[in-house]
Design a protein around this ligand. Structure first.
Ligand code: ATP
Length: 633
């Protein structure tokens, strides 16, 4: 993903217009009446100062020339009414801005995550640049669009106010308009430059701030806490975090200083021009060329334009920043699909013959080495394939291709002879049950942790609660998780979590506090999730018992053996003793299949498998012999 340069980030009229248009469209979709009311209120707010200035001028002129009391009174009342509007409009605008922010925040968040879900594969989620963008989009998705909308309206309001004052002055004296404009234009030009420079600076410090965020996150992360304490690396990481902050502070400071200098000079320039204009206006009034009302209108216009200008520039700077953030959101939402799903995908019927990897080559990107090289493998229907190999040999990668998280670069993965690329990945995955090596621990109840294995069980309106509970419990029993869950404070309804612990002094929220499980207990829940998916056509077991104690492992594998019988399954494990019963075993080495056969065939072949198996068996042998000797004596 190519990142824009600082210049692109700071400029780009097309990007700005596109972003502003998209933000307004979002606001419109949440209910047209909100942006319309917002726009009308902003218009009223923008016009009121001009109206007040005109009313004041007319009152003064009438007072000097001895105008009719009735006219004066109605002008006074008008002035009072304008004052009321001026006082109340900001509150209404504030409310509407907040309501728009709430609605737009909800809509944009939903769209962002819907877009993330549309990525059917893993490529985007395993790409650090994309993850970075997704995080920024998440951060900005809630607030940016509504702030862009607010800024666009404020900008429009500012322009109306300025145009109103300039137009009024033009009526009295074109020279006056010229004076006010002369004070405003250089300020606007300089402020816009500063705003672009600030946006570019924000883009430059983006990576610095993200690194700081990473260290901040690490220092407060429960998973990191143990190692950080044991290795005593807290101060080191804190120092790294602070150094990033010092770096971003330095850049922000330089920008602030530049702004301070420019704005001071501008202030002097504007004040000088406005002051000269005032002297001229006073002299003109003394000479009778201007009325007292003209003079007050001039004073109001000068300060009105300058205030509106300051506001306008502030809004431009904020909109600029928010648009940059919003651009991440737009890019994520507008990203192309990562996997091609055919317009008319082939159905995924129940497996009848088997799954075949035919000449599969795969690498994560052209810059990465091949993770799979010319892999040819068959998992026959109703049979089990064991997959073994050293770390990094490509076992998990093969599983990712099997679930169509990625497509092969060359060759094909075939389901009963049909290329997975011709199928809808969601349909395919409905046919697969799996326990992954890096299984998830959901901060949800025990029942939900299992129920997520078959979301229909959780959400199907036709399944009553009792039936749902029974299904979940049956899966938990098969995975050996039931006794642990039954002992939890609220059984299957207990919240399992590493995060939502009760805070001392939080009040009586004990029921809501999370209960943490051990690694092996979590693994049993992952297994129960797979069992709940029970009748799937293909069962993938990637290190399903790595965190279990010896007894539990034995028990689980006995259960799994029974479950796998007659089912198509792929079993990956570094513990070769658990793979030996697979009908066929394949050995992967550096992405290539180097051996296949039954356990006995592979042992007889005396290749990689036999060597690895021998190494593991030897580790157990002396102890096993000793145990037998003790038993004999
Ligand atoms: N997302 C990724 N991006 C780039 N390279 C990757 C990615 N995931 C894995 N790899 C690389 O692909 C190769 C195969 O990795 P894989 O995870 O498939 O191995 P494995 O056999 O499952 O290893 P282990 O036994 O350690 O789990 C490795 O060299 C690894 O570094």
């Amino acid at each position: 993903m190519s990142e824009p340069t600082a210049e692109q980030a700071s400029g780009g009229v097309r990007t700005t217009v596109r972003g502003a248009g998209a933000a307004l469209a979002l606001a419109w979709q949440t209910g047209w009446y909100l942006p319309v009311t917002h726009g009308l209120l902003v218009l009223v707010q923008a016009v009121v100062p001009v109206v007040i200035a005109w009313q004041t001028k007319l009152i003064l002129d009438l007072l000097v020339t001895g105008g009719a009391t009735g006219t004066l009174l109605s002008l006074g009342l008008g002035l009072a009414a304008a004052g009321v509007v001026a006082a109340l409009a900001p509150f209404a605008v504030q409310y509407i801005t907040a309501e728009t922010a709430r609605r737009v925040g909800l809509l944009s968040q939903d769209r962002l995550f819907a877009a993330a879900e549309r990525f059917a594969g893993l490529a985007r989620f395993e790409n650090p640049a994309f993850l970075d963008r997704l995080r920024l989009a998440q951060q900005s998705g809630g607030d940016s669009p509504s702030q862009v909308v607010a800024a666009v309206f404020s900008l429009a309001g500012g322009i109306v106010t300025i145009a109103g004052f300039l137009g009024s002055l033009l009526v009295i004296s074109p020279w006056m308009a010229l004076f006010v404009l002369a004070a405003a234009v250089p300020a606007l030009a300089v402020e816009l430059r500063l705003s672009r420079a600030r946006a570019a600076m924000m883009w430059r410090i983006g990576p610095v701030e993200r690194r700081e965020f990473f260290f901040r996150d690490l220092l407060s992360n429960v998973q990191a806490a143990k190692e950080l304490r044991l290795f005593g690396v807290g101060p080191y990481l804190r120092d790294r975090m602070n150094r990033e902050r010092v770096e971003s502070n330095a850049q922000r400071r330089r920008m602030d200083q530049r702004e301070l200098t420019s704005q001071t000079l501008l202030g002097i320039l504007s004040a000088t021009i406005a002051g000269a204009g005032l002297v001229w206006a006073v002299l003109a009034a003394v000479q009778g060329r201007l009325t007292a009302g003209d003079l007050t209108l001039f004073v109001a216009a000068v300060s009105g334009v300058q205030n509106a200008l300051v506001q306008l520039v502030r809004e431009v700077a904020m909109a600029h920043h928010q648009l940059l953030m919003f651009d991440h959101y737009l890019k994520v939402v507008g990203s192309a699909a990562d996997l091609t799903v055919p317009a008319r995908p082939r159905p995924v019927p129940g497996l009848r013959k088997g799954i075949e990897f035919r000449g599969v080559w795969f690498r994560y990107s052209p810059e990465h080495p091949w993770a799979l090289r010319d892999v040819n493998l068959v998992i026959p229907h109703g049979g089990s394939l064991g997959l073994v190999g050293r770390n990094g040999a490509g076992k998990s990668t093969l599983v990712k291709l099997l679930c169509r998280m990625y497509d092969p670069e060359r060759g094909a993965v075939l389901w009963d002879g049909v290329d997975l690329r011709d199928m809808d990945p969601a349909e395919l995955r409905r046919r697969i049950g799996a326990v992954f090596q890096d299984y998830m621990e959901y901060d949800l109840t025990a029942a939900e942790n299992i129920g997520l294995g078959d979301v229909d069980v959780l959400t199907d309106a036709d399944t009553d609660d009792e039936a749902r509970r029974n299904l979940v419990r049956a899966a938990a029993e098969r995975a050996g998780a039931h006794p642990v869950i039954a002992d939890l404070p609220r059984g299957y309804d207990t919240l399992l979590s590493r995060m939502f612990f009760d805070m001392p002094g939080d009040g009586d929220e004990g029921d809501q506090s999370g209960v943490p499980l051990s690694g092996g207990q979590w693994q049993r829940l992952a297994l129960a999730r797979a069992y709940l998916r029970g009748q799937r056509d293909l069962l993938i077991l990637d290190e399903p018992s790595s965190g279990l104690d010896a007894e539990a492992e034995h028990e689980i594998h006995t259960g799994l053996r029974a479950h796998r019988r007659g089912r198509t399954s792929l079993l990956i494990s570094h513990r070769l003793g658990t793979v030996r019963e697979a009908e066929r075993i394949a050995v992967l080495d550096e992405g290539a299949v180097v051996e296949t056969g039954t356990h006995d065939e592979l042992i007889a072949a005396e290749g990689v498998y036999a060597r690895l198996f021998g190494l593991q068996a030897r580790g157990y042998q002396p102890q096993a012999d000793a145990v037998q000797e003790v038993a004999r004596s």
